[in-house]
Design a protein around this ligand. Structure first.
Ligand SMILES: [Zn+2]
Length: 201
């Protein structure tokens, strides 16, 4: 596993719709490596969730780790997720690893039901609410090329125009270096995550 660069707002990968992984069981080696890299990168960034296209890979995979706010939680892997029920509404503050230091209140469904495949390629269904539902909805949006700022009112976006413009310029500038860093894929500095073993159910 390797800690990889997270692409920033302005990078074209964030606006690309991701492709489904061929539903093979057990999961193929390439997907296993992608999941391991997502885990190492999210662990390093100390974030709550990370989607594959934030690493520049247009595949329908994301991971969630709420252990920072709930010790009972660990890494959850979602391959080919499909949210089939959305219920209620709630407003929570959100950030995104592709938008450093930007936090905004976003309204989304309060409860969801979804099906997906886990790290072993086994299909599961899940009912989620609260922060878990929130992070899943945020990450699932990434797979569609949608970003959390798309949920903001036009007035709020207008107010944030200067900040977004600056971020976008940084993201575009980093795109070339991210691409070369991602292809190099050196594992130097990748932390050994103690949660990894628990992925194998
Ligand atoms: Zn995000």
């Amino acid at each position: 596993m390797a800690v990889r660069s997270i692409v920033l707002y302005g990078h074209p990968a964030l606006r690309k719709k991701s492709q489904a992984i061929k539903p093979v069981q057990p999961i193929d080696r390439e997907t296993k490596k992608l999941v391991a890299d997502l885990i190492a990168t999210l662990d390093n960034a100390e974030g709550l969730g990370l989607a594959a296209n934030q690493l520049g890979v247009a595949k329908r995979v994301f991971i969630v780790n709420l252990s920072h706010i709930d010790p009972a939680e660990t890494f959850r892997v979602f391959i080919n997720p499909e949210i089939f029920s959305r219920d209620g509404e709630c407003e929570l503050e959100e950030g995104c690893l592709s938008f450093p230091d930007m936090y905004e209140y976003i309204t989304r469904p309060e409860r969801i039901k979804l099906r997906a495949r886990d790290a072993g390629g086994n299909e599961f269904t899940l009912e989620a609410d609260g922060m878990l539902a929130r992070v899943i909805l945020h990450e699932n949006d990434h797979l569609e090329g949608k970003l959390f700022i798309d949920h903001l009112s036009s007035i709020t976006r207008q107010l944030m125009r200067g900040k977004l413009k600056k971020l976008r310029a940084e993201g575009v500038a980093s795109a070339a270096s991210v691409a070369s860093a991602a292809s190099a894929l050196k594992s130097s500095g990748a932390p050994q995550t103690p949660h990894n073993a628990r992925l194998e159910r």
